[in-house]
Design a protein around this ligand. Structure first.
Ligand SMILES: Cc1cc2nc3c(=O)[nH]c(=O)nc-3n(C[C@H](O)[C@H](O)[C@H](O)COP(=O)(O)OP(=O)(O)OC[C@H]3O[C@@H](n4cnc5c(N)ncnc54)[C@H](O)[C@@H]3O)c2cc1C
Ligand code: SF4
Length: 329
């Protein structure tokens, strides 16, 4: 591992100041992703600014939502009573990821910014535009079973690995940021990027910006939500396809409102806006769900080894919505 300096931040302003002053500085959450990448020589920060000791609270907002500090550990978030009762989609997504030990260490901020699990990204002998811009993409013609079917580019076909982010996308969460230029808020769906011709840039964060919190909007009392993840093993595996769904049904059984997001299919958590449009106002039944899934996946483009993801995504969308409608379908 390349030698590096280490600092512990006392507060968010101090962390931002240190990041602005030090070339090659990076924030450190639980270290469960960044330290692995440093051990492999993929990332070589000159300084780590430890932000894992910053405030780690979960508070109610006046609008009936929750504001979650970025240093909250994944386990604490999944176990929080308000999350389990009002946002089961989020609790389920977190608990479907990694292992108990990793979730105990991993922070909310770090989970949002974890890097892709593309095997070529981790292999220094491989060509990878994300790791070494301009070198090419060995995944395109290589073994690409786990790669993207939506929104990919010539330059990169990687997927975003986070389960939590998929739930946050369906919940319409906001990400609170602090940087040298002040504070701002971004919808989570605008935090991550599609690869385009800059696969080396994962997010819309400005240099040195710190994630300080994530805000969940209040949900109507009729809203129900869930998360379904399909993977190669029952635990300790990333999603091949996952679906987060938030559904609000009218008394007559039609879809009053719905928010859907997909994981394991794109370079960012994929908000399924076409499917949502096809669902709103329609009867909540299997046929409607199938039509909505088809609409979302119409532009899916498989690679050599991952065409199965299109059919899998279709089925997981239908099944997940079925989970939420119970006896209605
Ligand atoms: C074996 C294994 C299996 C896993 N399986 C899953 C899985 O199934 N699903 C899943 O979702 N995840 C999975 N993970 C990933 C795990 O969830 C992430 O490693 C973890 O969430 C990262 O959080 P962290 O706090 O440790 O981040 P760190 O490793 O500390 O940091 C990650 C990145 O975030 C940046 N960062 C950290 N905090 C902030 C902040 N506040 N503001 C700005 N930047 C910040 C760091 O600079 C770094 O770039 C797995 C990990 C392992 C090792
Ligand atoms: S898919 Fe992206 S991360 Fe993977 S090798 Fe290609 S450029 Fe690198």
């Amino acid at each position: 591992m390349t030698p590096f300096q280490f600092q512990r931040a006392a507060d968010s302003a101090g962390a931002v100041q240190a990041a602005a002053a030090l070339t090659g500085a990076r924030y450190l959450g639980g270290g469960t992703n960044l330290v692995d990448l440093m051990r492999e020589g993929i990332e070589q920060p000159a300084t780590l600014i430890d932000v894992s000791g910053l405030p780690a609270g979960i508070e109610e907002t006046p609008e009936g939502g929750l504001i979650i500090d970025a240093a909250v550990r994944n386990t604490a978030l999944a176990e929080h009573r308000g999350v389990r009762e009002r946002y089961p989609v989020l609790a389920r997504a977190i608990l479907s990821g990694a292992s108990g030990q990793i979730r105990n260490m991993a922070t909310v901020g770090g989970n949002l910014l974890q890097r892709t699990r593309c095997t070529y990204f981790y292999d220094e002998a491989a060509r990878c535009n994300k790791r070494m811009p301009g070198t090419g993409c060995d995944a395109r013609e290589g073994f690409n079973r786990i790669h993207a079917i939506l929104g990919a580019s010539e330059g990169c076909v990687a997927t975003h690995p986070s389960d939590m982010c998929v739930a946050l996308a369906a919940l319409g969460a906001l990400v609170h940021l602090e940087g040298a230029g002040g504070r701002r808020t971004l919808p989570i769906v605008d935090l991550h990027r599609l690869p385009g011709d800059r696969p080396d840039v994962d997010t819309e964060l400005r240099p040195g910006e710190l994630i300080t919190a994530v805000e969940l909007p209040g949900l109507g009392s009729a809203a129900r939500s869930t998360y379904r993840k399909v993977r190669d093993r029952a635990s300790y595996a990333f999603a091949l396809v996952s679906v987060a769904a938030v559904l609000d049904l009218a008394p007559d059984g039609t879809v009053r409102d719905v928010r859907l997001a997909l994981g394991g299919v794109a370079h960012k958590p994929w908000r399924a806006l076409r499917a949502e449009a096809a669902l709103r106002g329609r009867p909540a039944n299997a046929e409607t769900f199938r039509v909505a899934a088809e609409a979302e996946l119409a532009d899916a483009r498989p690679l050599r080894d991952n065409a199965f993801k299109i059919e899998l995504a279709r089925r997981v969308i239908v099944t997940t919505l079925g989970d939420l409608t119970g006896d209605r379908i």
